[in-house]
Design a protein around this ligand. Sequence first.
Ligand code: HEC
Ligand code: HEC
Length: 295
Amino acid sequence: MSGRAGVVTRGALMMLKKASMGMFIAIVIGSMWLIMPPRAASIITAERIPNADSGHILLQAGGCFACHTDTDDYAGGLRLDSPFGDFYSPNITMNTTQGIGGWSLNDFALAVRQGISPEGTFYYPVMPFTAYQGMTDQDIADMWAALQQLPNSDQSNIAHDLPFPFNQRLLLKGWRLLFFKQDRVDPEQRGAYLAEHVLHCAECHTPRNRLGALIASKHFAGNDQLPDDNAAPDIRSHVLKDNGWVAADLKYLFAEGMLPNGDYVGGTMVEVTDYGTAALSSEDRALLADYLLGN
Ligand code: HEC
Ligand code: HEC
C-alpha cells in the first residue's frame, strides 16, 4: 500500500509544481463546489420527547460504544487500522473541551447522519454515517439524550495517522459525491432498518472498491479484506439458506454469540453480537433474522 501511495504522492507533487499551489486548490474547490448537490438537510425540526432508555440501546446496537471506547466509555482513542492508515475514534462524551459537550442536537444529527462536523468539515467514512444516514429523527434524539446521562471524560483525541493524500479531508468532498448515497429504508420495515442503518451489517459483510466504498451490487456477499485479518462471510439469504441457517439459529447467534455448531462466533462479529444484537429486544432480533433470510 505504501508503494502505491508513494506513486500518488509523487504524481500530485508534480502537478503542484506546474500550477501554483493557490491556483490548484482554488480550481479543485471551485469545481467540486459547482458539482456538489446541496447538502441534504439533517435538521431535526419537530419537537421530540427523547427516550434516553431507547438511546442507550441504540448506542450499543449501533456500535457507538464498541468503536468509541478504548479505556473510558465513549471517550474514544480506539485505533482502527485500514488500508488508508490508522484512524482513532474521538471522544463523544459531554466534556465541553475534549468531547462534544458544546454541541447542539442538530450538530450531533449532522455529524452522525451526514458526516459533517459543526465547523463544516467532512468526516472519514470509517465513521459509518453512510449507514446512519437513514436513522430517524427520534432515534438520533434518543441517542443524544442517552449521551447526556453518561459520565464525561477529559481524554484528549488522538490524531489519525494517515499518509498523503488520505490525510487531505478536502478529498472527502469528491468521495461523497461519488459514493455517499442517501437511500433510506422505511423505519416501519424494522428488520431492514436495523440491519441497514443502525447495525450497519453491510459495513463488514459487503466488499469494497479500492476507494473504500461498498459495492452495492455485492450487498452482503462477504468481505475478506477487513482489518486484523477478519473475514466476514457471505450472508445473502440464499447462501445462508444453502448453509442450513434457519431463523432460530440466527436469533441464537444474535442473543448468545453462538453458531449452530456450538462454537462461539469469532473476529469482530463478537463485538456485533456482544454489544450490538444482544442489546436488542428478542422481537427485534427475530425481525433481523427474518430480514436476513428474506422471510
Ligand atoms: C467503526 C467505528 C465507529 C462507529 C461504529 C461509530 N463511530 Fe463515530 N466516529 C468514528 C471515527 C473514527 C470518527 C472520526 C472521524 C473523522 O475524524 O473524520 C467518528 C466521529 C464521530 C463524531 C464526531 C466527533 C467529533 O469530535 O467531531 C460523533 C458525534 C460520532 N462519531 C458519534 C457516533 C455515534 C453516535 C455512533 C453510533 C450511532 C458512532 N459514532 C459509531 C468511528 C466510529
Ligand atoms: C465489524 C464487522 C462486522 C459487522 C458490523 C457485522 N459482522 Fe457479521 N461477521 C463478521 C465477521 C468477521 C464474521 C466471521 C466470524 C468468524 O470468523 O467466526 C461474521 C459472521 C457472521 C455470521 C455467521 C455466518 C456464517 O456463515 O458463519 C452471520 C450470520 C453474521 N455475521 C451476520 C451479521 C449481521 C446480521 C450483522 C448486522 C446485524 C453483522 N453480521 C454485522 C463481521 C461483522
